[in-house]
Design a protein around this ligand. Structure first.
Ligand code: PBG
Length: 328
């Protein structure tokens, strides 16, 4: 009789036949920051904080010391700096460029990733520039937005970003950003493209954290329909052809089939973003005492990796790094 259970008999055997494991180098820590000198706990994401510049540098250093190779920055921009043209998004003295310079000065080996999109800077709260057409309908302008995204990406590169991550889902932005970076001699700044970013209700707590929810309409004319996977293949092929260095699927946990499909379609490394709503679900179940936090967090991350992600953006990065290698 064939007995698969023999391979599960002892911890030693199980550790040898294990197919997937997690290590701190798999994680990327998303970090929120603001202009204030005090840190603010984020009500919609218990355990997550919006940091002052000083605290951001300290926290990022702690994460890096735990073996986490990279952070990605999400700024809360003061309301009086938000405009319909989002000019603050490419201000070289803006919050993000200052944070990049401070992080690189304090932690030269930390990889700094920035989010390229207009929603924190745009008075309309959309990832792109907004106009009303003749029928007074909301239109997101693709090509005009891409021009601003290019300026934003170059401004981040100039401040020292290692990787820029366009999360806006405009058409043609990867090729345009690559050209813009190359023409300013930033040929070794990488592009991590949000390739398959779905129009997901799981981003709710994040928009609360940054006060970046769209003022009007939704994001369905640029983010993808949660029912579509063939479209993810199309986006993958385009991003690869346009010169992306890495691809991202977002959200992660509910989209494991998409992670697997993107992984199979491209030879580029695949990242997955365990988003704010996923964090909140796991966190609140654990806070209620209904699920074991360490066990469910590590299982959720292991599943995302098993599906094909090489890198996972997760608000649990610091805890997970400490839990790696320890069985709950
Ligand atoms: C916007 C952006 C969003 C997230 C990352 N970048 C929100 C959105 O698209 O509305 C969501 C991350 C999360 O929910 O954790 N450019």
């Amino acid at each position: 009789m064939l007995r698969p259970r023999r391979n599960r008999r002892t911890p030693a055997i199980r550790s040898m036949v294990g197919e997937t494991s997690l290590s701190p180098s798999d994680f990327i820590l998303p970090m929120f920051l603001h202009e204030d000198a005090v840190d603010t706990p984020i009500a919609s994401m218990p355990g997550v904080t919006r940091w002052s510049l000083d605290s951001l540098v300290r926290e990022a250093g702690e994460a890096h010391a735990l073996g986490i190779p990279a952070v990605v920055l999400f700024p809360k921009i003061d309301d009086d700096l938000k405009t319909s043209e989002a000019e603050e998004s490419y201000n070289d003295d803006g919050l993000v460029p200052r944070a990049i310079r401070a992080l690189k000065a304090a932690h030269p080996t930390l990889c700094v990733i920035t989010d390229v999109a207009l929603d924190p800077y745009n008075s309309d709260g959309h990832d792109g520039l907004v106009r009303r057409n003749l029928r007074e309908e909301l239109v997101i302008l693709n090509d005009e937005t891409v021009e601003v995204l290019c300026q934003q990406a170059v401004s981040h590169a100039r401040a020292g970003a290692d990787i820029v991550a366009p999360s806006d889902m405009m058409d043609g932005r990867v090729a345009a950003i690559r050209d813009a970076l190359d023409s300013e001699d930033f040929t070794d700044v990488s592009i991590l493209s949000y390739t398959a970013k779905y129009a997901s209700a799981f981003y709710g707590p994040f928009r609360g954290a940054l006060d970046s929810a769209p003022k009007d309409g939704d994001k369905k004319t640029y983010q993808m329909d949660p029912g579509n996977i063939r479209e993810a293949v199309r986006e993958t092929l385009l991003d690869e052809a346009e010169g992306a260095d890495m691809l991202m699927v977002k959200p992660a946990g509910m989209y494991l089939d998409v992670i697997a499909k993107v992984r199979e379609t491209s030879t580029l490394p695949v990242a997955a973003y365990q988003v704010s709503g996923e964090y909140l679900m796991l966190k609140s179940a654990a806070a209620g005492g209904w699920l074991d936090e360490q066990a469910i967090v590590m299982e959720s991350l292991l599943s995302i990796k098993r599906a094909g992600a090489s890198m996972i953006l997760t608000y649990f990065a610091k805890q997970a790094a400490q839990w790696c290698g320890k069985t709950p």
